[in-house]
Design a protein around this ligand. Structure first.
Ligand SMILES: Cc1ncc(COP(=O)(O)O)c(C=O)c1O
Length: 480
């Protein structure tokens, strides 16, 4: 008989899921008197339903003394599925995964070749690790204003300039789903004797259907970070770090991962990563096939809207839906507001672009309802067509004055926007999404960057991490 708490019968291949199902069943049946954390003690009469299903990994899914055995087994299964020989489950997102890999990559002061279109989590990983970034830039397509991949030639040049680099760290697919030549990057890195590390936060489903690109490890990377909670049916925060050791050291990876991971991982998050892995292993091809079909249908529907364009073709992740609005004259933030009002929030919207996330959990009818709604909303906001303007996140040309870690710990002073131009930024400021720093610690603040940030804010975008979110003042490195 089917267990409604495990409708696809995944528990026999998912040790953490099995343990979570057992523990929570016992808790629900009132058979537990835990004299351990969490402090809610499985009661629902204090803070209510919000803690339902919460079970610690240590002292919940397994005993505090032995919980690593179950976890090790679950992680080994994930490693096998992705062709890795080292895997860890994180309850702190790809944010933690990126930082763990940065901490595993090199020594303080060592250069690392890294994309400047990086997520802020990786930049802060570089701060934590004290690495010295040798930036490589993605190509930006002037027709769409969107970033493509970092060219392999740019990585080769950077490695040639930096013979003591410790690694190459790229983001692939990009936030907008563009993919690069990872095999070429892996060759370039390996010829230089360094590992290729890939932030694949959005790409946990890649490699599980012939119509999808291979995942980063299959393409030759030495390690990848991916958010199970983004592309797979896993709990928010669930992520995996996967590596093929050799150029990366297993014990160092372990130390780096543990350094910034909580000592109290949530069992529900860990079990959901395990369950999503078991689902991919068994039904991944069927589910990804359906996803590809659904996204292709959505693209075809949206193409019928005059002026609306979709990012598509070689070098674009086929399950990513990137809607380009410039030709319709509609403003992305206004379209987004109407979509939210219709109960259909999207992952990202700026003036020219809308990115709805479609995953293997979506069914075709729901996505068709979404595309019909989007088409109607675009009609309601139609205006004169315009040329897309690349967002500031994709066009940063860093003018580096000092390494990010040094800048992060320098004494700051607060300066007005006008006074800040030409000074060295002490802070990281990023329009979010996509979370790519436009200002980074240690880089010279340009008038163009401030203008772009102000424009993004005036347009209704969220400018994250700035000490002064109004952008009237900035934190700059104090003059001695
Ligand atoms: C490219 C990229 N890397 C890393 C992250 C961080 O992922 P998480 O939210 O799982 O910590 C994000 C988040 O959106 C991202 O877009």
């Amino acid at each position: 008989m089917t267990d409604p708490r495990d409708p696809r019968g995944l528990r026999s291949d998912a040790p953490l899921l099995d343990a979570w199902l057992r523990f929570t069943a016992q808790a629900e049946a009132g058979e537990l008197t835990p004299m351990s954390v969490p402090g809610h003690k499985q009661r629902r009469d204090l803070t209510g339903a919000v803690t339902a299903g919460d079970a610690p990994l240590y002292g919940g899914l397994d005993t505090i003394k032995h919980a690593d055995e179950l976890l090790t087994e679950a992680e080994a299964r994930a490693a096998r599925l992705w062709g890795a020989d080292w895997c860890r489950f994180s309850v702190a997102g790809s944010t933690h995964g990126n930082q763990a890999l940065a901490l595993a990559a090199g020594e303080p002061g060592q250069p690392i070749v890294v994309t400047r279109a990086l997520h802020r989590s990786l930049l802060l990983g570089i701060v934590l690790a004290g690495l010295d970034p040798m930036w490589v830039l993605p190509e930006v397509d002037p027709a769409t204003g969107l970033p493509g991949p970092v060219p392999v030639g740019a990585v080769r040049d950077a490695l040639a300039r930096c013979p003591d680099a410790c690694a190459v760290f790229l983001g692939d697919p990009s936030y907008v789903g563009t993919t690069g030549d990872l095999a070429g990057h892996a060759s370039a890195a390996h010829e230089a004797g360094v590992p290729l590390l890939v932030d694949a936060a959005w790409a946990a489903h890649l490699g599980f259907h012939p119509g999808l690109p291979p995942h980063a490890l299959a393409a030759g990377a030495d390690a990848m970070v991916t958010s199970a909670h983004k592309a797979l049916p896993a709990y928010t925060q669930g992520a995996l770090v996967l590596a093929r050791t050799g150029l990366l050291d297993r014990a160092r990876l372990h130390r780096a991962f543990e350094a910034t991971h909580t000592t109290s991982p949530a069992g529900a998050i860990m079990a959901s990563i395990d369950a999503a892995r078991a689902l991919l292993a068994r039904d991944g091809e069927e589910l990804c096939g359906r996803l590809l079909h659904t996204v292709a249908a959505a693209r075809a529907r949206l193409r019928q809207v005059p002026g609306l364009d979709l990012l598509d073709g070689p070098g674009v992740e086929p399950a990513k839906l990137v809607v380009m609005l410039a030709g319709t004259g509609a403003h992305g933030n206004e379209v987004e507001a109407d979509l939210i009002a219709a109960g259909m929030p999207v992952e990202m919207a700026d003036r020219d672009t809308i990115i709805p996330i479609v995953t293997l959990a979506d069914d075709e009818a729901a996505v068709a309802r979404f595309t019909d709604t989007l088409a109607a909303i675009v009609e309601a906001h139609r205006g004169p067509p315009r040329r897309p303007v690349p967002a500031a996140s994709w066009t940063v040309i860093p003018d580096v004055a000092m390494p990010p870690r040094q800048a992060f710990f320098c004494r700051n002073e607060t300066r007005s926007a006008a006074e800040a131009v030409g000074r060295i930024s002490g802070e990281l400021v990023a329009p979010y999404p996509p979370g790519v720093p436009v200002l980074a610690p240690g880089e010279v603040i340009t008038a163009a960057a401030l203008d772009a940030l102000r424009a993004a804010r005036a347009d209704g975008g969220r400018i994250a991490y700035a000490a002064d979110p109004t952008l009237a003042t900035f934190q700059v490195i104090a003059r001695a």
